[in-house]
Ligand binder design. Structure first.
Ligand code: C2E
Ligand code: CA
Ligand code: CA
Length: 648
């Protein structure tokens, strides 16, 4: 029979292009990539051998019989192998486990072994083919070859079906389409035996797989030369689907942006490349990934490896990196999480990394940060609180409570501090000390600040303005750093006051010294603008930081609030006593009234009276209360100041 191998020649060209592309584009060396490479090489060889043997058979008269016998034999060996390798590739994608894995493996290997055994014995048995006077003849078992190929397509279907829940739809579609195409090719081959189509079918399959899976993204980071974020995600997907103990080290380059600013973008790229090369050489190419920003992740196979890598990396980063004749010191933190103890999903891992990064940022000389149960608990709590804040914002369920501020000179309550309250269905009462810093971090504080101010204005308009006998002159409202850093503080405050017809003099804004330190110019402008309208500012938590009285001169504060921790310390240590007494004297010399926070009993109150303090805020003169309760409290307090409210 004369064979037509035009299709096979076209297929060989395409195989060559595919192979060239595969080699040129650096693939991330995963198990899947290796399986694909084996399949590609064997299929290309099969195609080539098929063509050579056809040419040989067509020219049997001039070609030695042995030549033809060798190539026909090689073709059958490779044909068996190609189907088996396609099965192996699918096996890697499906990644079965346990008993299923063993059964599938057996179902893949046995027919392959049987087929190859038949091929190996064919020269003696004539099962698939035999040569008659130098001419090729199909053997009595030739059709088993078609069955063999079809069996593997069927097996692929079964495999995809078994892991249908974990496998992407894209892969399912591809397997379905290529199987259909390949079965058509086999049928066509069966019908038109003189037209060779075996490799054409294979080529179509590989082309589809390559376009759909192997070449979807380039998986190498061009700057550092290690695998990129996408490869990391793939690897994690694998790991999470088939839990094996691993330790993940994130090498986070602290303040790496500064290097770019000082030495230029090119130098920071060079450092990333050097760090990448160093990590590859230390940890092996399958283990190192570059994450977005200046961070690398190493996936260590064991705790021992992780320990060794940590020590080595610490040592390496203690030394400098040489970049364009500069010795650059790179400050790296190593963030360590164990799988599966510490996390179960990629978002969990990433979230915890973010949390560890934050800690690493503010702990300059600590290098290694490990996750442990206590830390995970803290992190979870934080997420829950953040969610609770988000929900309270959507539901407008924050409350504003008021705490009396007592004037020692007048012997009565003269103002209030507005304090925000959050009660969550699940978590119960959440202290502002816990959620305000989180809200500051994600910007929710802007909303909370406006909500509190509006509530205060509503309260003043409804209950305080119509009742001058209450004697409440002002309400203190806390403003956060994020609010003050906005250029238009005045524009965000005044419309709310105007809406409720509240004079600006009824609001005192409390700011902490941190705000004054971080944005002095802007803060002075805010204070000037709002001060002109009659609004007062008090410095809150005075004495808790490094406050010195220069702020009091530099900024037009009207009052100074002494932090409750200082008050507590005052009654516990003689040093704190001297410091506070001096501070109060200095502030008073500057002509500023002092509010002391955290006074909880009569002795403390009397001690403050002796120091000639102006105002007191503390549980002794009333705890924070809901608005209505606070009004009742003030009335009762003023009707019988000796009996009401004071806690001892
Ligand atoms: P702060 O401004 O120093 O508020 C005073 C805190 O001391 C309040 O805690 C108050 O309940 C508490 N306190 C008052 N008297 C006593 C006392 O005699 N003993 C003790 N042990 N504590 C006393 P709270 O309400 O938990 O607020 C904590 C912090 O949260 C506030 O400290 C303030 O920094 C922040 N905060 C509260 N409400 C707001 C708000 O509406 N906006 C902003 N930006 N921050 C707020
Ligand atoms: Ca305050
Ligand atoms: Ca305070």
């Amino acid at each position: 029979m004369q064979y037509n191998y035009d299709f096979e020649i076209a297929s060989l060209v395409i195989f060559a292009v595919l192979l060239g592309h595969f080699i040129l584009i650096r693939q991330f060396p995963t198990e899947q990539t290796r399986a694909f490479r084996r399949l590609l090489v064997v299929s290309a060889c099969e195609c080539m051998v098929n063509i050579i043997s056809c040419v040989g058979l067509a020219n049997a008269a001039v070609v030695p019989v042995l030549w033809n016998e060798v190539f026909v034999f090689a073709f059958f060996v490779l044909e068996g192998l190609a189907s088996f390798l396609l099965f192996r590739y699918m096996e890697v994608i499906c990644a079965f486990r346990g008993r299923e894995k063993r059964v599938i493996k057996l179902a893949g290997i046995l027919p392959f072994a049987a087929f190859e055994a038949m091929v190996l014995t064919t020269p003696f048995t004539g099962f698939f083919y035999y040569f008659e006077e130098g001419a090729y003849r199909q053997g009595f078992g030739a059709d088993w070859g078609y069955l063999y190929v079809c069996y593997y397509f069927l097996l692929n279907f079964v495999m995809i079906f078994l892991c249908r829940k974990t496998i992407a739809t894209r892969i399912k579609v591809i397997v379905f389409v290529y199987s259909a195409a390949a079965v058509l090719a086999v049928l066509a081959q069966y019908r038109w035996r003189d037209i060779l189509l075996t490799s054409t079918g294979n080529m179509l399959i590989l082309l589809m797989l390559y376009m759909a899976m192997q070449n979807r993204e380039q998986l190498i980071d061009s700057v550092s030369g290690v695998a990129n974020e996408k490869a990391f995600e793939n690897q994690m997907e694998n790991l999470l689907a088939h839990p094996q103990e691993r330790v993940l080290l994130m090498i986070y380059l602290r303040q790496f942006g500064h290097i770019g600013t000082v030495l230029g973008e090119e130098s920071s790229r060079q450092i990333l490349a050097m760090v990448g090369a160093y990590l590859l050489q230390l940890c092996g190419k399958y283990h190192v990934f570059r994450n977005s920003g200046a961070a690398f992740t190493v996936i260590a196979d064991s705790a021992e490896d992780a320990q060794r890598f940590t020590e080595e990396i610490k040592k390496r980063f203690a030394a400098d990196w040489q970049v364009s004749h500069n010795d650059v010191s790179v400050n790296a933190a190593i963030l360590i999480q164990r799988y599966p103890q510490d996390f179960h999903t990629l978002p969990d891992y990433r979230g915890m990394c973010g949390y560890l990064k934050e800690r690493a940022k503010s702990a300059g000389n600590q290098t290694v940060f490990r996750t442990d149960e206590a830390l995970i608990k803290k992190y979870r709590r934080r997420i829950q609180v953040e969610l609770a804040v988000g929900q309270a914002i959507r539901r407008k369920s924050f409350e504003v409570w008021y705490q009396p501020i007592y004037s020692l000179r007048q012997g009565r309550i003269v103002s209030l501090e507005a304090l925000v309250r959050l009660k969550d269905e699940k978590l119960g009462f959440i202290s502002p000390d816990e959620f305000i810093p989180l809200a500051e971090r994600d910007g929710n504080i802007i909303y909370i600040g406006e909500f509190v101010l509006e509530e205060v204005c509503r309260f003043l308009a409804k209950h305080v303005l119509p009742n001058p006998s209450l004697g409440i002159m002002t309400v203190h409202v806390n403003v956060s750093m994020a609010q003050c850093l906005r250029k238009n503080l005045k524009e965000s405050i005044m419309p709310i006051l105007e809406k409720y017809h509240i004079p600006a003099s009824m609001i005192t804004l409390e700011i902490t010294e941190r705000i004054a330190i971080e944005a002095p110019k802007l803060m002075q402008r805010h204070m000037r603008e709002l001060g002109k309208l009659g609004m007062a500012f008090a410095i809150d938590d005075y004495g808790s930081g490094n406050s010195n009285c220069s702020y009091l001169i530099q900024f037009p504060f009207r009052e100074v609030k002494i932090d409750k921790d200082i008050t507590t310390a005052y009654f516990q240590s003689s040093t704190a006593r001297i410091v506070l007494e001096n501070e109060i004297r200095t502030i008073q010399k500057l002509g500023l009234p002092v509010i002391v926070e955290g006074i909880e009993n009569s002795e403390q109150s009397e001690a403050m009276e002796r120091l000639d303090v102006d105002f007191i805020q503390g549980y002794y003169y009333g705890r924070p209360m809901p608005g209505a309760e606070c009004l009742k409290y003030i009335r009762k307090f003023h009707s019988a100041p000796e009996e009401y409210g004071k806690e001892d």
